[in-house]
Every structure is written in structure tokens, then in C-alpha cells.
Design a binder for this molecule. Structure first.
Ligand code: 6GP
Length: 829
């Protein structure tokens, strides 16, 4: 038989794949080979992008053998796999992270030097894959890093958007968006597998049929698209493990629209293909405020259906008994975006695998868990019933059935309380019939978690109150975390070296060890070295800014940073009011300019392109910055910097340099925040409200090392209930009045009062996020900041204590909490 003839016999063909020698010579050889044979250039004819790509291929070559092993194990092992379903992964640059994980940084540095190549120039050409908007996407990236580092079998599933989050620039201070063609110069970190594509269907109708005496449903779809997987390596830190991030790209099936084609309109029939490929074309740039567009639902179903099919068909062994599915997988729903996976798994189990409904539902409920990342009511996704029914008719039927069964259960438990039934129904009736995805996720999920203690409590008390009463044990909290590899070890090499010298190297995977720094906070020599690192990081940031054509940083300035998406609830406007008020104080003579603490206010933020108010706030920040930075009366004491296109890469330069971290959302609105953790971990002190994870940061670092201000969440509620009138605060506070009047007067818009009028009247007559109510308290806290900064020794001590006490905010700890409380999975060797 022919198959025996074709068995491999060559020794190399049957040997396991091995990595190249981990030496400078081995690395150099591999690198030059990749330059020659993959890039098709010699060293002398190569340009910096060739060098970057060849270097990336070389790093891959070292990780490859372990990746093969770990993927093979996934089939044979009995361990449970975490399938993280997320529409966003905000990965940041890969090169340095992967070198670090594979212990290749020093070898690569030496190898490139021996090739006469400037490593920093090579690093600089990498375009980060910006496949996410903000916190939710970056969290997913931190989580998969931690899971790999902890040797937990994991597949991250998502979408390979052709265009990630837009590139931001400013024209006359206003945001301009440009498409982010991140793969334009090559994408060396992912591997396309068109042969492993899944066919994903849409639209059409459903019908019932007789299946040997059983009436079953089936879906007759109208059109298909191929989901082509792109695999990326997710290397663990120094543990040899390589997990997989599998991102799906939409490609048209080769089934042309035959009717159009035969009618002779070739061009029209090709257009049908581009229609299908639109699905993975672009990341929706909305953050915390979904638009409810049909294409978005297509994206969600597309990646979730492909992922579930992939896991069942390709990751599980053949003939796997699906009753045992919960032993082998947990699908973690990163917010509501992947929740359509719930009816999809039901459809697969009931329609395709022919399981009984009840058995399928029991399996499904154990296979999903849901993380909520917001509290804003407008951020909870709902899909109009007619839209969902048109695109996914069978799924709508399944959702109705899930809802019927669920409401029956509610009646059994709580009686015929029609109000309660209406409030809890997965189908909302007002303003029009729609599917409430958060409710579907809550009903289906084995667990529901918020992302900080306060947030989880508010979910239980408000947003999902009825559900929490029905199923108290379903609800839990896992406070977010950030990866110490990227956000301390890579972003802050000098502080990392100082910490390693003091505590040994183990802190990178056991961040609680930073506690050991507490004792050193009282050591004058250590404080001096810590301060020297901060100063050096400021110089580094200054060089980065200059290279981008921005103003450099001034010596002796307190660096005050607010980096996060532009959103009204985050209250960048409150920050602007502080700046304008200080400026107004100087120019009016109320403040003695010689006594003012020099400060640089640094903003980094993108606004959703359709979010008018957020874009006006960007304009205001830039306008205020131009005037304040240039006014001679200020004598250079206040500078405002707003580098365009804030992203992960820029964050890695800003965070280590920051002195003060602005976390000033209205209490009860920021689910957690993770920038707050990164900044504290790098020795910035926080000025913040009692919101999100700030609450936990303050508890851990101590009141003396945190500047708390503003209303608490219950106080916010009370003021709303009483009737909030922002104009009253304006009338009563002279400084606030003068700051707002200055903006209204046209002082920042060449005398044109109309430019910021909508913003001013919004503050005075609406102010949903109560900036005016917290203004006085905020300014008082800023005075405390200035006073504290004047005592540098005490400030540095506080900064060290912030680092020492932030170990809890490692995403490794967060992953342990998920494993224990939600996933019931364990690391494997
Ligand atoms: C964000 C939350 O706003 C932020 O507070 C949190 O730290 C982060 O998620 C990670 O949990 N939410 C989003 O980015 C979002 O799109 C729907 O929520």
C-alpha cells in the first residue's frame, strides 16, 4: 500500500524539531539566513524593515519547537483549556516581549551589534497591532501573557482586523483619524492557515424536519464566509511554554454569486466577495459605547462561531463525548461581544450533534462564564430582535426558548410578579424589542464577575440586582491586573535592574515580592537611586517626544499624566478646569507665579470618531495647552503636552516617567481602570476618586501615599436623587466661575466665543458626570500634591511604597483568581 511507501525514513524527517543554538553565533547564523532566504536580501543590501522582519523570524525560530509541543499536548492532555473569547486584543509591540520571554535579549543585542545593526532603529519600525480600543482589549493581552507564563493551556480567540484602532493626528488642535494599516510592512508574528478555514453562515431561514420520529430544527443559511485562522505565539516568560492566540480573518468563499455571474456582470459578482471580506476589515473604534450596527453583530458571530467550531473539531480529540465538554473547556466571555456564542453552542449541540435540549443546556451553562467591564447603561449591548432574527434566525429562536425556560424558573421562584418578569426578561420591550446580551450572558454563564471590588458590588446591587438575588453564588469579583513583564520589566529597565539588585530576579513572576522594597523606602541611598531612575526615565520620555516632533520635557517639572480613552465619565474636563484655574490664578495675580510648583500636564487619549463631545474636549485641551504653554506671564511654570496617537508603545515610555497619576472619574463609573495600576507600579502617586480599582490601590498603598478627593459613590447617588444643579456650584465658587468664564470668553479660541460654547453650556446645565461638584475637592487635593512634592524626600518615599505595595495588581494574581473562582482549571507542566 502506498501510504507505507510514503512513511518518512530520513533521520531528520523523524527527529523532533529543535530550536537553533542559543548562542550569539547560533543566533547570528539564523538571523542572516532569514535575511537571505526569507527577505531575499544580503546584509549589505538590507534595509531596516528587512532587518526587523528577519529578526522577528529568528525569534520565532527559537520558540517554534515549544509551540509544536504545546499544541500537540492540547489534544492529548486531559487538562481543561481556557478559551478566552475577546473581540479585542491590544497587544503592543511583540519583538522585545518575545525576546525577553525566550531569554534572547542579550544574545540578540550582541548578534545585531556584530552585524553592525542599530538595534533601536530596528525596534522602532515595528508597528504595534492595535486590535483593541482601550482597557478591555489591553486586559485581554495581559491575561494571555499571564496564562502562558503560568503554564495554563489557553487559546485566545479573536478577530484579525485588517485595520486596528485608527491613527490619531491633530489639525488645529482637532482630532483627525487615519486608517491603521498595521500589516503594511509585513506581519511576521502570525501564521495564516487558509487550509484550516471554517465556513461561517448567515441569514436565510429555519425549518423543522422529521428525524426518525423526532422533530428537529435546522438552519438554511443564505450566505457564507470563510474564517481563516491566523495563529500568533504567546510565549510564557522564561518557562518555555508557548500558547496560541488565534485570530480570524474573513475571506470570501469561492462561491460567486452565480446568478449575477451568469448574467454577465462579473464586476458585480466580485463585489459580493468584498462584502464578505468587510467582516474583519476594521475594528469599531467605540470604547464602552457600542453603536449597534449590523456589521458589528456579523463580526461577533463570525469569530465566536469559528472559535467554537475550531475548538470542538480541531482541539478536542476525534469522537470526543460532548457531555464531557465542561471538563475540557471554559469559554470566557470578555464583555458581551462574544455572547452570541451561547446560542451558537446550543445550536451546535442540539441541531448538529443532536443532543436533547436539556442536556445541551446543562453543558452550555457550565462552559461559559461572563466578565462585565462597564457600568454605563448605554454600554450594555442590546440587539434589535428584527436585526438579529434576519442575520441569525436560528439563534433568535434559541434565545427565545432559553428565555421562556428562564422566565418559567423566575415564576417558580418568585411568583407571577409581572414587573419582575419584564425587568429580567432577556428580551427587552422598550423602546423596541431587543435582546439584552448582558442578561443572556448572566443567565447562561456559570459565573459572572466584575473587574474591581466596587464594580462587582455595583453590578450585584444595581445593574444585575434581580439576577444576583436569584443566584447569589453566581456572582463574584476578580480585580483586574497588569502584566509585570511588559509594564515594569520591559517598560522600565532601570527600575527593574534596581529592584532585581535589591530583591533578586523572582519578582517578575511573583510580584508580591515587591513588598521587600518597603524597608528600603527609609534608606536614603536607595531613595536617591530610585529618584535617579525616575529622572532618567523622564529624559528618555523627553527624547521620545522630541523624536515625534513634540516639545521636550522641562527639568524640575512635576510630570502629571492623564492617559486613557477620552470619555466624559473619565473627566478630562475636570483636569482642564484645574489647569485653566491655575493659569487664571497666575495671570490675574491671585497666585504668586514664583510660588507655583512647575508642572507638565501630559495627556494621551483617543476619542471615538463619532463622539462629538469627546472630540470637543480634545480641541479644548490642545487650545488651552497652546495658550498656557506660550504665555510669558506663566514663566514656563505650566506646560501642557498632548502627543498624538497614544497607544501601548507610547504608554511604555510615559508610565515610567510619571510622578502623578490622574484617576479622576466620577465615583461609580470607572469599572476598574488598569492604567492606575501600571502607574502606581512604576512609582507614580495617584490623585483619584474612590472609584474602580482606585479603592483597592488606596487601601494597599495607604492614605498617606494617595491623594483622595471627590464624592463617594453613595454621595453621588444622593446628589442625583436630590437634583443636581451644576450652575449652583458655578455660582458659589469664584475660582470655578473664573475658570469657566475664561473658557467661555474665547481666551483659548482667538476670541471666538462660539467654539467652546457647547462644552461650557454642557458643564453649566447638564454635567452628567458632575465635574463641577467635585471641582473644589479636586483643587484642594492638587494643593496637597504641590505641598507633598515640595518635600522630595518624602515624595520619593511614597513613590517607593507605591511600587512596593502594588504587587497585588499583577495579572498573574488575577489569573489565579479566575482559575480558582471561575474556571476551576489548573496549570500543567
Ligand atoms: C474597560 C473599563 O472602562 C475599565 O474601567 C476597565 O479597567 C477595563 O475595561 C478592563 O476591565 N471597559 C471597556 O474598555 C469597555 O469597552 C465595554 O467596556
Amino acid at each position: 500500500d502506498k501510504s507505507s511507501e510514503l512513511r518518512p525514513t530520513h533521520p531528520l524527517a523523524v527527529a523532533p524539531v529543535v530550536a537553533p543554538a542559543a548562542s550569539v553565533d547560533g543566533f547570528t547564523k539564523q538571523f542572516l539566513q532569514n535575511l537571505n532566504f526569507d527577505q531575499g536580501v544580503t546584509l549589505s543590501t538590507s534595509d531596516v524593515n528587512d532587518q526587523y522582519l528577519a529578526l522577528a523570524y529568528t525569534v520565532r525560530d527559537y520558540l517554534m519547537a515549544r509551540w509544536f509541543d504545546d499544541r500537540a499536548k492540547q489534544k492529548t492532555q486531559q487538562a481543561k483549556t481556557v478559551c478566552y473569547l475577546s473581540a479585542e486584543y491590544l497587544l503592543g509591540r511583540q519583538l522585545d516581549n518575545n525576546l525577553l520571554a525566550a531569554r534572547l535579549t542579550d544574545i540578540a543585542t550582541e548578534a545585531l551589534a556584530q552585524c553592525g545593526i542599530d538595534f533601536d532603529a530596528v525596534r522602532a519600525v515595528e508597528i504595534e497591532p492595535g486590535l483593541g480600543n482601550g482597557g478591555l482589549g489591553r486586559l485581554a493581552a495581559c491575561f494571555i501573557d499571564s496564562l502562558a507564563t503560568m503554564s495554563v493551556p489557553t487559546i485566545g480567540y479573536g478577530i484579525r482586523y485588517e485595520y486596528g484602532i485608527f491613527r490619531q493626528s491633530f489639525a488645529d488642535g482637532q482630532q483627525i483619524e487615519q486608517p491603521d494599516a498595521w500589516t503594511r510592512m509585513g506581519s511576521p508574528w502570525d501564521f495564516a492557515h487558509p487550509e484550516a478555514a471554517q465556513t461561517i453562515s448567515f441569514a436565510g431561514h429555519t425549518e423543522t424536519y422529521d428525524d426518525e420520529g423526532v422533530t428537529r430544527s435546522r438552519w438554511i443559511p443564505e450566505w457564507n464566509v470563510l474564517a481563516v485562522p491566523y495563529n500568533m505565539m504567546v510565549p510564557g516568560y522564561h518557562n518555555g511554554r508557548v500558547n496560541t492566540l488565534r485570530l480570524w480573518r474573513a475571506v470570501a468563499t469561492n462561491a460567486f454569486d452565480l446568478h449575477t455571474f451568469n448574467s454577465g456582470d462579473y464586476v458585480e459578482s466580485v463585489r459580493a466577495q468584498t462584502f464578505a471580506e468587510n467582516i474583519s476589515k476594521v475594528l469599531y473604534p467605540e470604547d464602552s459605547t457600542p453603536q449597534g450596527k449590523e456589521l458589528r453583530l456579523q463580526q461577533q458571530y463570525f469569530f465566536v462561531a469559528a472559535s467554537i467550531a475550531d475548538f470542538i473539531e480541531n482541539v478536542l480529540p476525534d469522537d470526543f463525548d460532548l457531555e464531557k465538554l465542561p471538563e475540557r473547556v471554559i469559554f470566557q466571555l470578555n464583555d458581551t461581544h462574544p455572547v452570541i456564542g451561547v446560542p451558537e453552542l446550543m445550536r451546535v449541540l442540539v441541531d448538529e450533534k443532536k443532543l436533547e435540549w436539556d442536556a445541551a443546556w446543562a453543558i452550555t451553562q457550565k462552559c461559559f462564564a461572563y466578565t462585565c467591564h462597564t457600568l454605563l447603561p448605554e454600554a450594555l449591548e442590546v440587539w434589535p430582535v428584527d436585526l438579529l432574527g434576519r442575520l441569525l434566525p436560528r439563534h433568535l429562536e434559541i434565545i427565545y426558548r432559553i428565555n421562556d425556560d428562564f422566565l418559567l424558573e423566575v415564576r417558580e421562584r418568585f411568583g407571577d410578579d409581572e414587573m419582575l418578569i419584564r425587568n429580567m426578561s432577556i428580551i427587552g420591550e422598550h423602546p423596541s424589542r431587543s435582546v439584552r446580551m448582558a442578561y443572556l450572558a448572566t443567565v447562561a454563564g456559570s459565573k459572572v464577575n466584575g473587574v474591581a471590588e466596587l464594580h462587582s458590588q455595583l453590578l450585584r446591587d444595581n445593574v444585575l440586582k434581580d439576577f444576583a438575588q436569584m443566584w447569589p453564588d453566581k456572582f463574584t469579583n476578580v480585580t483586574n491586573g497588569v502584566t509585570p513583564r511588559r509594564f515594569l520589566r520591559l517598560a522600565n529597565p532601570e527600575l527593574s535592574a534596581l529592584i532585581t539588585e535589591a530583591l533578586g530576579a523572582g519578582w517578575t513572576v511573583d510580584l508580591e515580592r515587591l513588598r521587600g522594597l518597603e524597608a528600603l523606602a527609609d534608606d536614603a541611598d536607595f531613595r536617591e537611586r530610585f529618584a535617579a531612575v525616575k529622572a532618567s526615565n523622564k529624559r528618555r520620555l523627553s527624547r521620545v517626544l522630541e523624536a515625534r516632533g513634540e516639545a521636550p520635557l522641562d527639568d524640575g517639572h512635576l510630570l502629571d499624566v492623564m492617559i486613557k480613552r477620552l470619555h466624559e465619565y473619565k473627566r478630562q474636563t475636570l483636569k482642564v478646569l484645574h489647569i485653566v484655574s491655575t493659569y487664571e490664578g497666575i495671570v490675574s495675580g491671585r497666585l504668586d507665579v514664583d510660588a507655583v510648583q512647575p508642572r507638565t500636564f501630559l495627556f494621551g487619549a483617543k476619542a471615538a470618531p463619532g463622539y462629538g463631545m469627546a472630540k470637543r474636549i480634545i480641541h479644548l485641551i490642545n487650545a488651552v495647552g497652546d495658550v498656557v504653554s506660550a504665555d510669558e506671564r506663566v514663566q514656563g511654570k505650566l506646560k501642557v503636552l498632548y502627543p498624538a496617537n497614544y497607544n501601548v508603545t507610547l504608554a511604555e515610555s510615559i508610565i515610567p516617567a510619571a510622578d502623578l497619576s490622574e484617576q479622576i472619574s466620577l465615583a461609580g463609573k470607572e469599572a476598574s481602570g488598569t492604567g492606575n495600576m501600571k502607574l502606581a507600579l512604576n512609582g507614580a502617586l495617584t490623585i483619584g476618586t474612590d472609584d474602580g480599582a482606585n479603592v483597592e490601590i488606596r487601601k494597599l498603598v495607604g492614605d498617606d501615599n494617595f491623594f483622595l478627593f471627590g464624592m463617594s459613590e453613595p454621595e453621588v447617588e444622593a446628589l442625583w436623587a436630590e437634583g443636581y444643579r451644576p450652575a449652583d456650584f458655578y455660582q458659589e465658587d469664584g475660582e470655578l466661575r473664573r475658570a469657566i468664564d475664561l473658557i467661555a470668553s474665547g481666551a483659548f479660541s482667538d476670541g471666538d466665543r462660539s467654539v467652546f460654547e457647547p462644552l461650557v453650556s454642557n458643564l453649566l446645565y447638564d454635567d452628567r458626570f458632575m465635574a463641577l461638584a467635585d471641582f473644589r475637592s479636586y483643587l484642594d487635593a492638587q494643593d496637597r500634591v504641590d505641598a507633598a512634592y515640595a518635600d522630595q524626600d518624602a515624595w520619593v518615599r511614597s513613590a517607593i511604597l507605591n511600587v512596593a505595595r502594588s504587587g497585588y495588581f499583577s495579572s498573574d494574581r488575577a489569573m489565579r483568581d479566575y482559575l480558582d473562582r471561575i474556571w476551576h482549571a489548573t496549570p500543567i507542566s
